[in-house]
Design a protein around this ligand. Structure first.
Ligand SMILES: *Cc1c(COP(=O)(O)O)cnc(C)c1O
Length: 383
């Protein structure tokens, strides 16, 4: 269907942060399939692991025990502090699971009209529930009627939530991205998540973090919330989890982990042996190759170098982000930069019309980071 505005290029091969098109031309990839290819393209350990698994067993069903799924659930629990996991195939599905979990949690408490607090400029997916949760008219327009049961507040504004709490007795949870991705790489004040945790504790709400884009090492820690010293009740994951093999997860801890009972939620494909092998390998390689430190280091280097190189460019409003989530906000719409970058054999993204977004893979080397920064700075100057 006519759902994408595709660029006129076809990639046929990838290695690390490099892609080759069908003409043999090589490109530097600063987007990694939108934060998906954590280990870069075709990491040899991932290719080997999924090839071997494919030769052994690809899919059975959640009607049976799946050892790779249990291993992955255990590993994710250790890393996140949660103790239950539900596996699906995408970020939207992971958030659907979280939304259903929150509603059931509410009904179990006797709240007949459970309501979830969501943020302006958030993005949670394209299914009916997740596009309703998203704070973007672009995503919602034309698909009304939307769902009920959501209350929207500005991002990074604790006071707004306190006000909603005073008037709405139906609130059961907050769903929020620790760092907003599609909404323009927005990093809240350091105390924001701590404040949310306190409000949730005080009111008996679930704190549900959408780490679909910022999770799995990209921020410099396994999960973005780990920068703020809190523990949430629910975490949703997808994008970088399988390094290119589709897999999503909804993790839960404490009381949230006890909400779903057999029959409440399910997925045919979710957590099959092949996808779980990809995720286990992704997590292992991130650990073995110390890719979280690398994400932190290269990300800091890139932001610092951008600051210096773009200091005198008036149209650059702000350079922001955390780890390898980098946003450069310009004073005017700059979507055309994506095509200009392609001509210079560089893949970038522009979100919210004015924010250049870089989400390179975590294997990025210093020399490659330098080349990215230099090319993007040149593009901005020329623009
Ligand atoms: C991409 C994204 C989603 C949706 O993921 P899909 O796999 O496209 O369904 C949800 N939340 C966040 C924060 C995302 O960046």
């Amino acid at each position: 269907m006519n759902t994408y505005m595709r660029l006129p290029v076809t990639f046929v091969k990838g290695k690390g942060v490099w892609l080759w098109d069908d003409q043999g031309k090589r490109y530097l990839d600063a987007l990694a399939g939108i934060a998906v290819c954590s280990l870069g393209h075709c990491h040899p350990k991932l290719v080997k692991a999924i090839s071997e698994q494919a030769g052994m067993l690809i899919h059975t069903s959640n009607l049976y025990r799946i050892d790779k799924q249990e291993k992955l659930a255990h590993k994710l629990s250790l890393l996140s502090g949660m103790n239950k996991a539900f596996f699906c195939n995408s970020g939207a599905e992971a958030n659907e699971a979280a939304i259903k979990l929150a509603r059931l949690y509410g009904h179990n408490k006797g709240i007949d009209f459970p309501t979830i607090i969501v943020m302006e400029q958030s993005f949670h997916g394209r299914t009916m529930a997740t596009l309703t949760a998203s704070g973007s008219r672009k995503v919602q327009a034309g698909f009304e009627p939307l769902l009920t049961g959501f209350a929207r507040v500005p991002f990074n504004d604790l006071e707004a939530i306190t006000q909603v709490a005073a008037h709405n007795k139906n609130i059961v949870a907050i769903l929020v991205e620790p760092y907003q991705g599609e909404g323009g790489i927005n990093v809240p004040q350091v105390s924001y998540l701590k404040g949310l945790r306190q409000i949730c504790d005080k009111n008996g709400w679930l704190l549900m973090l959408d780490e679909v884009q910022c999770g799995i090492g990209r921020s410099g820690k396994w999960f973005a919330f780990q920068h703020s010293g809190i523990v949430p009740d629910v975490i949703t994951l997808a994008k970088g989890l399988g390094s290119g093999v589709p897999i999503g997860a909804c993790l839960a801890g404490n009381i949230a982990g006890e909400v779903f009972k057999p029959g409440n939620h399910a997925s045919t494909f979710g957590g099959n042996p092949l996808a779980c092998t990809a995720a286990i390998t992704t997590l292992n390689v991130i650990e073995e190759e110390d890719l979280m430190s690398n994400a932190m280091e290269q990300g800091d280097f890139m932001r610092k170098t951008f600051q210096t190189q773009l200091e005198d460019v008036e149209d650059v409003m702000e350079i922001r982000g955390q780890g390898l989530m980098i946003g450069i906000e310009l004073s005017k719409p700059c979507g055309d930069l994506v095509k200009d970058a392609l001509k210079k054999e560089l893949l970038i993204n522009v979100t919210l019309d004015k924010v250049i977004r870089l989400l390179p893979s975590l294997v990025l080397k210093r020399s490659e980071a330098e080349q990215m920064v230099n090319t993007v700075s040149t593009l901005i100057r020329e623009f």
